[in-house]
Ligand binder design. Structure first.
Ligand SMILES: Cc1cc2nc3c(=O)[nH]c(=O)nc-3n(C[C@H](O)[C@H](O)[C@H](O)COP(=O)(O)OP(=O)(O)OC[C@H]3O[C@@H](n4cnc5c(N)ncnc54)[C@H](O)[C@@H]3O)c2cc1C
Ligand code: SF4
Length: 326
C-alpha cells in the first residue's frame, strides 16, 4: 500500500474540497481497502465520509424515504419501513457478502463499488480500466463471471452492486454533492458504460460524492431474486429486480433490471413491455424472462449465465406478483 494522508471531514462541502485528483472517498472500506492494498488505486489522500453529519440516517421524505449514503446494509435491513415498503431492496441487501460485511458496507459504497473482476482487483494484471494500453485480459481469459450484455466495449466486468438493480427497479433517485452544490438525478442516469482509463462506471466527478438515495411511494409488489454460486461470502452470478404497479389483476407498469450481467445495472425494456397490461401467470413471466435475455452476447466461458438471468427474471416477476417464492 502506498502511503497517503487520511482526512475525516464532518461536512459534505469539507469532504468535496478534499476530493478531486489524487484523492478517494472512503466509506465502510469493504471494497476500497483491498484496492489500496493491491495498489490498484494509489491515492495521495483518503477522505473518510463516515464522519459527515446526517448521512447515516433513514428518514421520511414526501411519500417515500431518504436513505443516507453512510447507512450500512445491516441498518437498512433492520428498518421496518424499508422492509414494509421495498421488498426488492431488502431481498437484494440480505444476500450481500456476510453479516460482517453488511455491518460495515454502506449504501453509497455499494453503488460506487469497483468492477467485479478478478483481473481488476489484482495488481499483476494491467487492463484498460486501469489505464493500460493492452486489451482486456478477461475477454480472451477467465471470463466465467463476466458480462453477457454490452460485451463489445473495452471492459466486460460486471457491475458489482447488488443494490443498484433493486434501486433502478424501484425508480430511486441519487443525490450528489460537489463543489457547486448538490444535484439529484434518476439512478439510471447515474450509471454509464465504462470507458478505457476510467475506474468509475458512473457520472461522479472526482470531487463529487453520493449523499443520499431517495425512494418514492411504497412498492410492495417488488422483488429481487439472487443467484449465488455459494450461499455466503460471495457475489451473485445473476440477479433480477422487478417492481410491478398493478391495476386490478393486470400490470399497469413494470420495471425490470438485471444485475451481474453487464458493466452497469441492465434495464430490461423488453421484459417490461411483455408484462404491461397482462395478468401475471407463469407463462407471461416466462415470456418476459425470455425477452429480458434477448440480445445477450455471452463470452467464451459464460453462456450459462444467460439461463441464470432468465430464471432470475422469471422468479423475481412471480415473487413480486404473488409474494411467494416459486
Ligand atoms: C467477500 C465479499 C463479498 C461481497 N459480496 C457482495 C455482494 O454480494 N454484493 C455486493 O453488492 N457487494 C458485495 N461486496 C462488495 C462490498 O462489500 C459492497 O459493495 C459494499 O457495499 C461497499 O461499501 P463500503 O461502504 O464498504 O464501500 P468502500 O469500500 O468504502 O468504497 C467502495 C467504493 O465506493 C467509493 N465510495 C464510497 N462511498 C462513496 C460515496 N458516498 N460517494 C462516492 N463514492 C463513494 C469508494 O471511493 C470506493 O471506490 C462484497 C465484498 C466482499 C469483500
Ligand atoms: S473486464 Fe474490465 S476490469 Fe476486468 S480486466 Fe477487463 S477491462 Fe479490466
Amino acid at each position: 500500500m502506498k502511503a497517503f494522508t487520511y482526512h475525516s471531514p464532518t461536512s459534505e462541502q469539507a469532504a468535496v474540497k478534499l476530493l478531486g485528483a489524487g484523492a478517494v472517498p472512503l466509506a465502510g472500506g469493504s471494497s476500497l481497502l483491498n484496492l489500496l492494498k493491491e495498489r490498484v488505486l494509489e491515492p495521495e489522500r483518503v477522505v473518510n465520509l463516515k464522519a459527515i453529519a446526517g448521512l447515516a440516517r433513514i428518514e421520511p421524505a414526501g411519500e417515500g424515504l431518504r436513505i443516507g449514503a453512510n447507512v450500512t446494509l445491516a441498518t437498512l435491513l433492520e428498518s421496518a419501513e424499508v422492509r414494509r415498503a421495498y421488498p426488492a431492496l431488502v431481498q437484494a441487501a440480505e444476500t450481500v457478502g456476510t453479516p460482517q460485511i453488511r455491518n460495515v458496507a454502506t449504501v453509497g459504497g455499494n453503488l460506487c463499488a469497483p468492477p467485479a473482476c478478478w483481473y481488476y482487483v489484482h495488481e499483476g494484471f494491467p487492463c484498460p480500466r486501469k489505464g493500460a494500453a493492452q486489451a482486456c485480459p478477461a475477454k480472451a481469459g477467465e471470463n466465467e463471471y463476466h458480462a453477457i450484455f454490452a460485451t463489445d466495449g473495452p471492459c466486460v466486468a460486471v457491475h458489482a452492486s447488488s443494490l443498484a438493480p433493486a434501486l433502478v427497479a424501484l425508480g430511486a433517485r441519487v443525490r450528489i454533492a460537489g463543489p457547486g452544490g448538490a444535484r439529484e438525478l434518476e439512478i439510471e442516469k447515474f450509471f454509464r458504460l465504462p470507458k478505457a482509463g476510467e475506474h468509475r462506471e458512473n457520472v461522479l466527478a472526482a470531487d463529487e460524492i453520493v449523499t443520499h438515495v431517495a425512494l418514492g411511494p411504497a412498492r410492495p409488489r417488488s422483488a429481487t431474486y439472487v443467484v449465488l454460486h455459494k450461499e455466503s461470502h460471495d457475489w451473485p452470478v445473476g440477479l433480477a429486480s422487478v417492481s410491478l404497479e398493478m391495476e386490478g389483476d393486470a400490470v399497469r407498469a413494470a420495471r425490470v433490471c438485471l444485475g451481474a450481467v453487464a458493466p452497469v445495472p441492465w434495464r430490461a425494456a423488453g421484459a417490461e413491455a411483455a408484462l404491461a397490461g397482462k395478468k401475471v401467470t407463469a407463462e407471461v413471466a416466462a415470456q418476459a424472462a425470455e425477452a429480458a435475455v434477448a440480445g445477450a452476447a455471452p463470452l467464451a466461458q459464460n453462456a450459462y449465465k444467460v439461463g441464470i438471468a432468465r430464471a432470475a427474471v422469471r422468479r423475481a416477476i412471480l415473487l413480486a406478483a404473488t409474494g411467494k417464492w416459486m
